[in-house]
Ligand binder design. Sequence first.
Ligand code: AMP
Length: 407
Amino acid sequence: MLVLVINCGSSSVKYDLIQTTDEMGVCRGVVERIGAVTSIVKHEPAGRESSKDTKVIANHSEALQEIMNFLLSSDNEIISDISDIKAVGHRVVHGGEMFKDSVLIDDVVKEAIEQAFDLAPLHNPPNLKGIEAAQDRLPDIPHVAVFDTAFHHSLPPHAYLYGIPNRLYRRHKIRRYGFHGTSHYFVSRQYYKLRKKSKSKTNVITCHLGNGASISAIKGGESIDTSMGFTPLSGMVMGTRSGDLDPSILFYIVEKEELQLNSLHAMLNRHSGLLGISGYASDMRDLISEAKNGDRRCQQAIDVFCYQIKKYIGSYMGVMNGCDAVIFTAGIGENSPLVRKKALEQMDHLGIEIDEQKNNELVPGKTERISTDASKVDVMVIPTNEELVIAIDAAKIASASDQSPWV
Ligand code: AMP
C-alpha cells in the first residue's frame, strides 16, 4: 500500500511516501521556514537527483499543496494519480493518557489531540494543523494518527508517577509519558529479528541520540521506563534542551535573572543542553571538531552527554536485572563512534565490551554489532526508521477500516 507519512512542526512539513508492501521509500522531502519571507522546499525521489528550491509558502496547507504538486507532476513520474495514495500516517507527539495505539482520525480524535495541546504546546498544535491541511488535500482516504507516546503506555505506575501530590496526577494527568516511541519500538524489533531473540525473554536498552535524545528500558518487548517525562524537555541533556534539573533551580533563576515564564521556557528548550554548556553549538559534529581544537567547554558538553548515557544504561540494567543489548540509534547514535565509546567505556564489569575497530569502522547507515565476541551484552547500532513504523501502522488501520466501520 502506498502511504504518505506527514510530520508537521511549527514552521515545517516533512513527508515520506512509502510503499509498505516492500517497505521502500518512494520519495521524501521537507518544506521549511513556512511563513517566512522565503521558504525552502526539498524533494528527494528515491534513486534520483534531489531538488532544492526557495518559494513563498504561507502556511501548512500551501506546504501540503506544494508537496502534492511535486508528487503528481508528470515530469517527476512519482505517482500518476492522487488515488494511488491509499492512506496518510501522521506523527502526533503527545497522545496523553488516552491513546495507547495508533488510531483512525475522526472528529473525536482531533478533539483529543487538541486537548493535549497544553501537554505539548510546541508539537501538538502544528501536528493538528498538518492533519487538517492533509485532510483538505486528500479527503477521500483514511488518515491515521501515530503517537510518540503510545509505545510507553506500558510504563508501570512506579515508573510514571512523580513525587508530587497525587491529586495533580488525577486532576491534570501530570506523569511521565515518554517520547520517541516509534523509534524505540522500531530498533528493538529490528534487534529481535536480527539476533533471532524471543521478544518475551529479551531485555534491551535503546538509546535514541539525536537533537532530541531519550533512552528506554524495554523488557519482554514492552517499554518499562524511559528518560523523557511529562514533556520531551526532560531526561538526558540534548542539543538545546536542558534535560532533568533540580526544580529549585527554576525558582532561583526566575528570582536572580528576573525572568518571565516564557523566557524561562525558551531558555530551557532552546538555549540549554549542549548549546548551553558549550556556549558554541548544539550540533555534535561541531562540538567534536572544536573539542579537538582544544575548546574546553565543547569537551565538557560532550563529556556531560556521554556520562548521562552511561548513567541511564547503568540504572536500566539495574531495573531489568541485566540486559541482552544496548542499541544506539538516531543522528549521534548512528554516526558518532566517539560518543558510543565514551558512553560505554569501563562497563566491562556489567558485561559490556565494545570492539574499537568495529565501532570506528562502522559505515554510517549500516546495522552492525559493535561489541566484542566476549561481551555478554550485544552493543548494536541500528538506524531508526520512524516513518516506516508510521506507514505500516497507517496501512494496517486503513485496511481494517476498509472492512469494518468500527475501526
Ligand atoms: P537527528 O536529530 O537524529 O537528525 O540527529 C542530529 C544530531 O546528529 C546532530 O547533533 C548531529 O551533529 C549529529 N550527527 C550527525 N552526523 C554525525 C557524525 N558523523 N558525528 C557526530 N554527530 C553526528
